[in-house]
Design a binder for this molecule. Structure first.
Ligand SMILES: C[S@@+](CC[C@H](N)C(=O)[O-])C[C@H]1O[C@@H](n2cnc3c(N)ncnc32)[C@H](O)[C@@H]1O
Length: 465
């Protein structure tokens, strides 16, 4: 009997009741109990918290592999029926058109639109809640909710003009063989998602492409994966370069590293954006020359935006509480910009915590060592409190649960609210999130921060000027 079943039975709950109490799907609980799936620590955290054990122990008991950065938070199985959502507003002439593949809620492309020069004309994602949120915020875009492997680029071509740029973050599933591009065909089940991305780029013929991924891809298969992707994109006519960018260098109140691969058919030697903020940290990808040197900018630039500079104007609430109105004026330039004229406050709702969890939260510090006597396992950054005067650490897909990566409010006794997570990810308060709260938290945690999208867009504009 698995530990989930054992604890559930002790509590006298049915599988359905456990699913309802943890906002999980019934099928997820059923499959976990039967050992049929290998969930991530993020996915099992709500179940673990509800059952009163740490996610680490639950994982161990399920004999699962440890959290793997690659594919963090991604879903790659087909979810329900494919459908499309028509664009709400007509396409504007004289814009640089953009297609967003694996778009999620489209944080990256939303940032591109903020420059006023780009317009997103199509988006594609597997998950319906992502497609709906994408569509609600990209009014000129035709949205497709489908597994990319189940449709062809023709679906996009039939509904959108030729794009100037194609963006996408194909989940890195790993692959064993390298196949030359000329041997690839659309709808071949052996294609991995990178190959699908390349096939779409080749069919849509954009001048530029931007591919985004987790930093773990650098070391995946000792660098072979990255080399393969670079070669693949070169073989279809693009001049490519890559870099790891940390949002904190560019005004994001979060230390979030992402790998970007950018290519163009204009034979432009892309000049990467210069940092605008100073921040000292030990990066995940520190040994690579493409990662910006840490001490270069000390003194010359303002410090990175801090957590409280980003969220300090939001009304204080207790665990389980919520607020729907702003109670004060913005206190910092970041807060003023991120409100974006919103009149009502949405998604400022804090998770309810058990008495035991409240005790852990009250005693929590910068890492798990402050509460080591209260918990039996967890990662070094589980049950940890954010610094008020520093950018946050990386927001994950489970930041409303203290067992996740460092997500306890700097001064209040609770985990971050979805609104606070959205702010740290640079989503304006007016950005519309569709779906259940659990889906919205994942939408926020999985996104590329719009601010980083805007920075990259400006750099591309400068390169083509
Ligand atoms: C990291 S998220 C994308 C974030 C997005 N680029 C942004 O800027 O916010 C990756 C997305 O790929 C989608 N995805 C995964 N497998 C897919 C597939 N086979 N077909 C289409 N979308 C897929 C996931 O649902 C997820 O929303």
């Amino acid at each position: 009997m698995t530990v989930v079943k054992e604890l559930r039975t002790k509590l006298g709950l049915t599988q359905k009741q456990l699913a309802a109490n943890t906002s999980s799907k019934l099928a997820f609980i059923q499959k976990m109990e039967r050992g049929l799936i290998t969930p991530t620590i993020e996915e099992i955290a709500p179940v673990a918290e509800f059952l009163g054990i740490t996610p680490g122990i639950l994982l161990d008991s399920l004999k699962l592999r440890a959290l793997d950065n690659i594919g963090e938070g991604y879903k790659t199985s087909l979810q329900g029926e494919a459908f499309t959502i028509p664009r709400v507003k007509p396409i504007t002439p004289d814009r640089l058109y953009m297609v967003d593949l694996f778009c999620g809620v489209g944080g990256l492309s939303y940032g591109f639109e903020q420059t006023g020069r780009f317009e997103v004309v199509a988006g594609l994602d597997l998950l319906s809640d992502r497609a709906k949120t994408f569509s609600a915020n990209h009014l000129h875009a035709f949205s497709v909710c489908s597994d990319i492997t189940k449709i062809t680029p023709q679906t996009i071509q039939d509904n959108a003009p030729r794009p100037f740029i194609v963006a996408g973050g194909p989940p890195c599933q790993g692959f064993s063989s390298i196949r030359p591009f000329r041997t690839l065909t659309v709808n071949d089940e052996r294609n991995n998602l990178f190959e699908h991305f390349a096939l779409y780029v080749d069919a849509l013929q954009p001048e530029w492409f931007v591919m985004e991924n987790v930093v773990g891809m650098l070391t995946h298969k000792n660098g072979e994966t990255l080399t393969t992707i670079l070669e693949l994109m070169q073989s279809i006519g693009y001049r490519v370069s890559w870099k790891v960018l940390n949002g904190a260098y560019y005004g994001l109140p979060q230390s979030r590293e992402r790998l970007f691969i950018i290519g163009n058919r204009q034979n432009v030697d892309f000049v990467w954006p210069e940092p605008t903020h100073f921040y000292v940290y030990q990066g995940m990808a520190g040994r690579y020359s493409q990662v910006l040197a840490r001490d270069l900018f000390h003194g010359a630039l303002p410090p990175a935006v801090s957590v409280m500079e980003a969220i300090g104007d939001l009304p204080p609430i207790i665990a389980g509480g919520n607020a729907t109105q702003y109670e004060r004026e913005p206190l910092t330039p970041y807060q003023a910009t991120i409100r974006n004229g919103a009149q009502n406050l949405a998604l400022h709702e804090a998770t309810t915590h058990s008495d035991k969890m409240m005790e852990i939260i009250r005693q929590s510090g910068r890492n798990i060592s402050a509460v080591q006597h209260l918990v039996t396992s967890g990662f070094s950054t589980s049950y940890s409190r954010l610094d008020a005067d520093e950018p946050s650490t990386t927001i994950t897909v489970n930041f409303v649960h203290p067992s996740s990566n460092r997500c306890i409010h700097p001064i209040q006794h609770r985990a971050l609210t979805p609104r606070e997570g959205a702010r740290l990810q640079s989503f304006p308060d007016t950005f519309v999130f569709n779906g259940k709260k659990t889906q919205i938290v994942k939408q926020i945690g999985n996104a590329v921060p719009p601010l980083l999208g805007e920075v990259i867009a400006e750099a591309i504009l400068a390169n083509i000027a």
